[in-house]
Design a protein around this ligand. Structure first.
Ligand SMILES: NC(=O)c1ccc[n+]([C@@H]2O[C@H](COP(=O)([O-])OP(=O)(O)OC[C@H]3O[C@@H](n4cnc5c(N)ncnc54)[C@H](OP(=O)(O)O)[C@@H]3O)[C@@H](O)[C@H]2O)c1
Length: 403
């Protein structure tokens, strides 16, 4: 990474406004059908128009406090931003943190009406959360979200990169507004840009938050770790030599990171490897200089979430009992949300560069469920920091942060 990538002496990738404005170099859209390409282009065009002409994306859930920007941030409630907080793990973590009374939760969601509805359904206290629009499948939307968040005047104590798409039955690739294969574009590249652009805010967080220091948590998965039984179910995660990513992941030369044939299940697993490698890279690059704690986690198999919405019906029926009674890896959405909230706010989980998980069997026998987070080992590929550095450089370029 270029040594010049510093902001006010802090090792982030671009200066605030310049980074927010920087467009990704235009990516040709090729491999998808003409219809898909036209739709993606139309979407990109409309986003561009919106970014230029539109007022800030709406926020709901709590009135935006007018005086927040002028307030001493140490007097504000500590704030956590959770992406994909409209469903599953993210929603339940948001609920757990909002109900604790210690945190203000920013639910960063592509469908803010759904997020608001789900928050109300769970009885999240009014004023304990704000819904803000974020579509990770558009770099412009990520930049707009960051600008809106900064404009809100809120402090930032924790960022949770949680949202994801999983397209195991897709026969051909689909693409983000910027022309990246959708799983890696959303799960990895969208979060990569977001985490880099918000690092400065995390670093500036006042010290009075329940965790003791700011945190950036990127949700990983057992499926991306080939040192596990689940990680060895084909197709296995494998980023290869990253040739597909380096050529743009836009379907022109490749739609898979390793340059191979498109496989929706593998694309998801690859994106999870990217998430965990990114966490390790951020730890190595920024932990000492910023004081931010970086971590990843596998909360358990939350077999009933919306993540499996694109899977075949029979799988969706059999998967939860299989995980409950055969593998014993099953965890409920509520418990998984509690685990994620724990990784964000438990002062004892302050080690940076760690991949947390829970042993369900041990949790029920010997460990208290809440305190049973264990530091886990990652696969050979996820611990390959030279590959992580190459992923970092290629990703910087694709999201327009390279100088
Ligand atoms: N389920 C599991 O067993 C399991 C296991 C290990 C790790 N994980 C990880 O847990 C995380 C959450 O998954 P989940 O199981 O809770 O799935 P989920 O219920 O489908 O939640 C995914 C969330 O991501 C959001 N999202 C998708 N595309 C987005 C985009 N372009 N922009 C913004 N938000 C977007 C979804 O929004 P909508 O509500 O609008 O669809 C939803 O809120 C993921 O990182 C996943 O890899 C899950």
């Amino acid at each position: 990474m270029a040594a010049t990538m510093r902001v006010n002496g802090v090792a982030v990738q671009q200066k605030g406004a310049a980074a927010l404005a920087a467009p990704r170099p235009a990516a040709p859209l090729r491999a998808a059908s003409a219809q898909q390409r036209a739709a993606a282009q139309q979407r990109a065009a409309s986003l561009l128009v919106r970014a230029v002409a539109a007022p800030p994306a709406p926020t709901t859930g709590a009135a935006r406090p007018a005086a927040l920007a002028d307030q001493d941030k140490s007097l504000q409630k500590p704030t956590v931003v959770i992406t994909g907080a409209s469903s599953g793990l993210g929603l339940n973590a948001a609920n757990s943190m909002a109900q604790s009374g210690d945190w203000h939760v920013v639910m960063a969601c592509r469908d803010f009406a759904k997020a608001e509805k789900e928050a109300r359904k769970l009885g999240m206290p009014k004023g304990s959360y704000t819904v803000m629009h974020l579509d990770l499948a558009s770099l412009e939307s990520v930049r707009q979200f960051v600008q809106n968040f900064k404009n809100s005047g809120r402090r930032l104590d924790a960022l949770v990169c949680n949202a994801a798409v999983y397209l195991p039955t897709a026969k051909e690739p689909t693409f983000t507004a910027d022309g990246f294969e959708l799983s890696v574009g959303t799960n990895h590249l969208g979060h990569f840009l977001l985490a880099n652009l918000l690092l400065e805010d995390l670093q500036k967080a006042p010290t009075n938050n329940p965790a003791g220091a700011p945190r950036c948590i990127i949700v990983g998965s057992i499926t991306g770790n080939t040192n596990t039984v689940a990680g060895n179910v084909p197709p296995k995660a494998d980023l290869g030599d990253l040739r597909g990513l380096r050529t743009g992941l836009d379907g022109r030369n490749a739609s898979m990171i390793d340059g191979g044939e498109f496989d929706g299940a593998k694309a998801y697993k690859d994106s999870k490897v990217c998430n965990m490698l990114t966490m390790r890279q951020m730890h190595q690059r920024f932990h000492d200089s910023t004081g931010v704690t970086f971590a990843s986690l596998y909360p358990g198999c939350i077999a009933e979430t919306g993540l499996f919405r694109n899977h075949i019906g029979l799988f969706r029926t059999l998967f939860p009992p299989f995980q409950k009674y055969i593998t014993k890896g099953y965890v409920s959405e509520v418990e998984a949300g509690r685990r994620l909230a724990q990784v964000v706010s438990d002062p004892s989980l302050n080690k940076s560069g760690v991949y947390w998980s829970w042993d369900n069997e041990k949790s029920s026998l010997w460990f208290d469920q809440v305190d049973g987070a264990l530091e886990n080992n990652v696969s050979k590929e996820v611990s390959d920091d030279a590959k992580g550095a190459r992923l970092w450089d290629a990703s910087l370029k694709l999201v327009g942060l390279e100088q």
